[in-house]
Design a protein around this ligand. Structure first.
Ligand SMILES: C[S@@+](CC[C@H](N)C(=O)[O-])C[C@H]1O[C@@H](n2cnc3c(N)ncnc32)[C@H](O)[C@@H]1O
Length: 244
């Protein structure tokens, strides 16, 4: 492996315009949804060929052109203490995020708003289910970067399937209604969610802030068995998106 290739993976981790993708599925989804991939490696070309043929014939030609073989030990030298088990890693461009364009765009599809999520695995799982449910986008507030490598791992690269980015706490969801999902809300019949709503979910420990609840046009809950306090954040997002 060339020293320049190793240097490019370390540089990409420090460059806000780039991301490092880990694993075959992340690279497959990134290519399928239009990512610009700058470099890709595999430590197991035979497995990559099998996975491509079985799971990604639509991007198999791109994978064959892009991915260069490296020695298994090289993945550690690229900065993966626990290399992805498929032996695949890549560097891709992070697309720009246009919050105004997202809010003004297709107003029939919902936007998922995560208020100050703490667990990046949850953020990734939310991006994955939002992509599957054809939501318009995922917006987060707070300090965590929704494009962090841990979130990318949790989403299997599906960040490229829909706009994902950060907003300020007090961002204005207009022209869309703001719906707060909260265990103390009114019970949720699917019909209560207006088309194109911004669906707001709270932080893992404390739930939605009083400030957001005060601004919400509706406050809805997923009915649960007595004694259960709440659902996991990503599970709550999945239940709501697939109840529409
Ligand atoms: C782990 S829960 C937070 C629990 C927090 N102790 C609370 O009381 O809100 C994270 C988020 O998932 C959503 N959530 C979890 N269970 C829910 C339910 N049954 N109905 C509506 N939203 C729910 C809410 O948006 C909540 O803020």
């Amino acid at each position: 492996m060339s020293p320049a290739l190793a240097a490019s993976f370390f540089a990409a981790r420090e460059d806000p315009s780039l991301v490092v993708l880990e694993g075959f599925h992340a690279l497959k989804h990134a290519l399928r949804f239009g990512a610009v991939v700058e470099a890709a490696v595999t430590s197991d070309p035979d497995e990559l060929a099998e996975l491509s043929a079985a799971l990604a014939p639509d991007v198999a030609a791109a994978l064959e052109t892009l991915v260069q073989p490296v020695e298994p030990a090289a993945l550690r030298a690229l900065g993966f203490p626990r290399p992805p088990h498929t032996g695949v890693a890549a560097i891709a461009r992070r697309p720009p995020f246009d919050l105004g364009g997202l809010l003004a765009g297709n107003v029939a599809r919902p936007i998922v708003l995560l208020e100050d999520p703490r667990h990046l695995g949850n953020v990734g799982a939310v991006v994955r289910v939002a992509a599957a449910a054809d939501a318009a986008g995922v917006v987060t507030t707070g300090a965590r970067d929704p494009w962090d490598s841990a979130a990318l791992r949790g989403a299997a690269g599906l960040h490229y399937a829909l706009p994902v980015g950060r907003a300020d706490d007090g961002f204005d969801p207009a022209p869309r209604p703001l719906v707060a999902l909260d265990p103390d809300g009114d019970p949720l019949p699917a019909a209560a969610i207006p088309p194109g709503a911004v669906l707001a979910f709270g932080t893992e420990r404390h739930g939605l802030s009083d400030a957001l609840l005060a601004r919400a046009d509706a406050r809805l809950r997923i009915p649960m068995r007595d004694g259960v306090s709440s659902l996991n954040l990503a599970t709550a997002v999945a239940a709501v998106l697939f109840s529409r």
